[in-house]
Design a protein around this ligand. Sequence first.
Ligand SMILES: NC(=O)C1=CN([C@@H]2O[C@H](COP(=O)(O)OP(=O)(O)OC[C@H]3O[C@@H](n4cnc5c(N)ncnc54)[C@H](O)[C@@H]3O)[C@@H](O)[C@H]2O)C=CC1
Ligand SMILES: O=C(O)[C@H]1O[C@H](OP(=O)(O)OP(=O)(O)OC[C@H]2O[C@@H](n3ccc(=O)[nH]c3=O)[C@H](O)[C@@H]2O)[C@H](O)[C@@H](O)[C@@H]1O
Length: 480
Amino acid sequence: MVKICCIGAGYVGGPTMAVIALKCPSIRVVVVDISAPRINAWNSDQLPIYEPGLEDVVKQCRGKNLFFSTDVEKHVREADIVFVSVNTPTKTQGLGAGKAADLTYWESAARMIADVSESDKIVVEKSTVPVKTAEAIEKILTHNSKGINFQILSNPEFLAEGTAIQDLFNPDRVLIGGRETPGGQKAVQALKDVYAHWVPEDRILATNLWSAELSKLAANAFLAQRISSVNAISALCEATGANVTQVSHAIGKDTRIGPKFLNASVGFGGSCFQKDILNLVYICECNGLHEVANYWKQVIKINDYQKNRFVNRVVSSMFNTVSGKKIAILGFAFKKDTGDTRETPAIDVCKGLLGDKAQLTIYDPQVTEDQIRRDLAMRKFDWDHPTHLQPLSPTATKEVSVCWDAYEAAKDAHAICILTEWDEFKSLDYQKIYNAMRKPAFVFDGRNIVDVEKLREIGFIVYSIGKPLDPWLKDMPAVA
Ligand SMILES: NC(=O)C1=CN([C@@H]2O[C@H](COP(=O)(O)OP(=O)(O)OC[C@H]3O[C@@H](n4cnc5c(N)ncnc54)[C@H](O)[C@@H]3O)[C@@H](O)[C@H]2O)C=CC1
Ligand SMILES: O=C(O)[C@H]1O[C@H](OP(=O)(O)OP(=O)(O)OC[C@H]2O[C@@H](n3ccc(=O)[nH]c3=O)[C@H](O)[C@@H]2O)[C@H](O)[C@@H](O)[C@@H]1O
C-alpha cells in the first residue's frame, strides 16, 4: 500500500488529501500539522475550514484511509510520498521584506524530513514557492540524507476556495514538474499514477521543475491581472457613463479573451494573489528584470487603488464625512462560500472607513467576531503565519460591532457597504432595510450584486462599481 503524508493541514493540504484518499482507496493518506487545534478540528464534526462538499468527502474516508495527526515525524518517516503544503508568507523583515517569500516553514519541514527519514522518498512541493526552491530543498535533503534517495517534485495546486472540492474532482490540469533524470522521471510517473485514479491522462502535464514552479506564479498573476484590468476599466466607466457589466460581457464574447474572471469588484483578496505577485516581482528584480517587475507590480497598485476609490466614494457621497455615522458592512470574507478572510478587501475598506471615524457594524455568515477583530488589528502579512504564531485576539474596539444578521447590521445605519457577494445579500428584503435606516440611505455595492433600479425605486442612493452614477454621486466625485 502506497503511503502518503502531507505536512500542513490547511486550506490546501486538507481538501487535497481528502480527495486523494476518496479517489484512491488503495492509498493511505495522513495529514499532519504542528497546530493541535487544527488537527483536533479535522478529527471532529466541526472542520477547521468551510468549504462546500468537504465535510462529505472527509466523512467518507476519515478513519479508513484518511487520518489527521500531530505526530509529524512518525508519519513522515513511514511515508513513500511526502507533500509539503505549509505556509509560504511574504517576508516581513530583512532581505526582500514586503515582497520575497518567507520559506522558514518550508525549510523547517525539509530539515525535519531529512532528519527523520529512514527510507527513500518523493518530496512534493504543494505550497506555492519561488522558482528554484526545489534546488534549495534538494540541498537541504541531500546534505543530511544518510544515503537516502530523495526526489523532489513540484506539484502546484490550482484550486480556488469556495469551489475547492469541485476543482479537485475536475481539475483543468494537474501539473507535475520533476528532474529530467531517470530517477526524476520515475518519481513523476509515481505521482502521475496517483492522480490518474480520477484525472484524465491528457490533463496531467509533466514539465521540468522550474516550469512547474513558475507556472503557478504566472497563473495567479494572469488571473489577478484580469481583475485589475476590468477594475481599471470600471473607474473609466464611472467617469464616462459606460456600464462595466456590459463592457466585460462584450469583451468576454471574444473567444480569445473569454468570459471568466471579468467581474469588476471592490478589489481582489485571498491569501495568494498579492503574495504570489509580490513574489514574482521580487524574482524579476533579483534577475535584473526591472521593467517586468514594474509591469506586474501595477496589478497590485490597481487593486489598492480600487479599494481606496471605494472608500473615497463612500465618504465623499456622504457629505465628505462618515464621522460617527453607522455603516453596515455586509460580507467580510474575501469571496462567497468561504469563511477565509486572508487579505480580504474588507479589511482595507473597513480600516479606511474607521480612519474617517465611522461606526461599523459587520455581518458575514461565515466569519466569527474574533476573526474580524483579529484581522482589523493585525499588521500586514502577519495573517499568513501558522495560527499559533499569530498575535492574540485584541480587545474590542468600540467603533466596531459584529452581528449575526444583515437586518440588525443595517438598523439605524446611514449606509450599507456590500463587500462579499454572498447569495443571501441578493435576496434581502431591501424595503424592510430601507425603512429601518437613516435617510438619505445609501447602498455601496462593491460586488455588483444588487438590482440597482429596484433599490433606487425604494429610495436608496446606490453606488455600484463601474455602473452609471446616481445623480447624487455625480455631484460628489470621488478622487482616489
Ligand atoms: N489557499 C489556497 O486557496 C491556495 C494556497 N496555495 C498555497 O498552498 C500553501 C498553503 O496554503 P494554505 O493551505 O492556504 O495555508 P494554511 O495556513 O491554511 O495551512 C498551512 C498549514 O501548515 C502548517 N504548518 C506550517 N509549518 C509547519 C511545519 N513545519 N510542520 C507541520 N505543519 C506546518 C500550519 O500550522 C498550517 O495549518 C501556500 O504556499 C499557498 O500559497 C496554493 C493554492 C491554493
Ligand atoms: O493560489 C491560490 O491560492 C489560488 O488563488 C485563486 O483562488 P482564490 O484566491 O481561492 O479565489 P478566486 O476565485 O481566484 O478569487 C480571488 C479574489 O478575486 C476576486 N475576483 C475574482 C474573479 C473576478 O472576476 N473578480 C474578482 O474580483 C474574488 O472575489 C476574490 O476576492 C486562484 O483562482 C486559484 O486558481 C489559485 O489556486
